[in-house]
Write a protein that binds this ligand. Structure first.
Ligand SMILES: [Zn+2]
Length: 182
């Protein structure tokens, strides 16, 4: 279900699939004071493909665009998704929950950014931007470099099965035996 909140009024967008608009104009959304709440499909986030085994179908997007008190074009909110990845320590599947917290200011190309407080990310919008590109960029910023389980049962694969490491050589031995037998 996609919900567009403009001021005090909530509009339910009656679109099939209840998806969000494919492209948004962040500066106009800030002018209008709009909240975007809905889902994008994780399979649409092409730059993340290859970084996970499976993903939750829905990537939750909840972003508020407004001018705040300083009249800048703010975007605040979160983008959340779940992925199944390979743990980089034990090599078992890992349920990775990612939440990107956005606190950014949008500017037009060439606009001065020097007066924008440092705590905000500064993003440049030349007209509209693709919402899935925005979502994947926010998720990439917080994607862990080495995702690992947090529980103590997660130990390096080699430590629990030292025989695995020698298996290729055992196989070579078998091949050699077979050849010697010829
Ligand atoms: Zn692990």
């Amino acid at each position: 279900m996609a919900v567009l909140t403009a001021g005090a009024t909530t509009y339910i967008m009656a679109r099939l699939m209840g998806d969000l608009p494919a492209r948004i104009d962040p500066i106009r959304l800030a002018d209008d004071g709009v909240r975007l709440k809905g889902v994008v499909l994780c399979t649409d986030l092409k730059r993340l493909v290859g970084m996970y085994d499976t993903c939750s179908a829905a990537v939750d997007v909840d972003l508020v665009f407004d001018h705040g008190l300083d009249d800048l074009s703010h975007m605040k909110g979160s983008i959340r998704a779940r992925f199944s990845v390979v743990c980089q320590r034990c090599l078992r599947p890992l349920d990775l929950r990612i939440e990107a917290v956005a606190d950014a200011v949008w500017i037009t190309p060439g606009a001065a950014s020097k007066d924008i407080p440092e705590r905000y990310d500064v993003l440049v919008a030349d007209g509209s931007v693709a919402l899935d590109t925005l979502a994947e960029e926010e998720l990439l910023l917080v994607w862990p470099m080495f995702p690992t389980h947090e529980n103590p049962a997660c130990v390096p694969m080699a430590a629990v099965s030292g025989t695995v490491a020698s298996a290729p050589f055992a196989m070579l031995g078998k091949l050699k035996d077979a050849r010697d037998g010829d």
